[in-house]
Design a protein. Structure first.
Length: 186
């Protein structure tokens, strides 16, 4: 029961990601197509704090999920990368976009390898092959998005929508990973 609860709590990650993705639709003058999600922290207090608290909850949930996955199969690299990525979300909620601590000095790049490392370390525990394939594809998508996003291959006037698609793909993976961790036999 506790194993399931610690895994199920990770379902809030994609749900709250959707909240942060659509939050900008309710801000007058904010353009979800061209503005980054983190710019919501610079808006009116209600929107800013809703966005920041959502980031913190997502980060804490990722850290709990990292602990749960470690408990299930002792994957050290998965634990470290998921936990580190969770901390970047907590920092993004505490520090606004103008602070170098917002992104914990680029630690979010660890995101690229999380799904891949996860399936490598948990291949003996995770049963469905589709999840392994899905995770590998997700890592490849991250590599492409990271490359395109950070090196200017996406038009600057569509950075907001591009980031929202990337965040959605990223955080949906956590929900699917949580479901697969619950299906493990230990």
């Amino acid at each position: 029961m506790r194993k399931d609860l610690l895994s199920k709590q990770a379902y809030i990650i994609p749900v709250l990601a959707i909240v942060n993705i659509i939050l900008g639709l309710f801000v007058s003058g904010y353009d979800v197509v061209s503005q980054r999600i983190s710019e919501l922290a610079l808006e009116t207090p209600f929107i800013a704090y809703t966005h920041r608290v959502t980031d913190i909850i997502i980060g804490i949930s990722m850290c709990i999920f990292a602990l749960q996955t470690f408990r299930v199969a002792k994957g050290y690299f998965s634990f470290l990368t998921i936990f580190a990525f969770g901390l970047t979300w907590v920092f993004a909620g505490i520090f606004i976009l103008t602070s170098p601590l917002h992104d914990v000095y680029g630690l979010t790049t660890v995101l690229i390898i999380i799904p891949l490392i996860f399936v490598i370390e948990y291949r003996d525990v995770l049963k469905p092959n589709y999840f392994q394939t899905y995770s590998i594809i997700t890592s490849l998508i991250h590599i492409m998005f990271f490359w395109f996003f950070n090196y200017g291959f996406f038009p600057k006037d569509s950075v907001g929508v591009t980031q929202r698609v990337w965040v959605f793909i990223t955080l949906i993976w956590f929900g699917i990973a949580a479901k697969n961790v619950m299906m493990t036999k230990k």
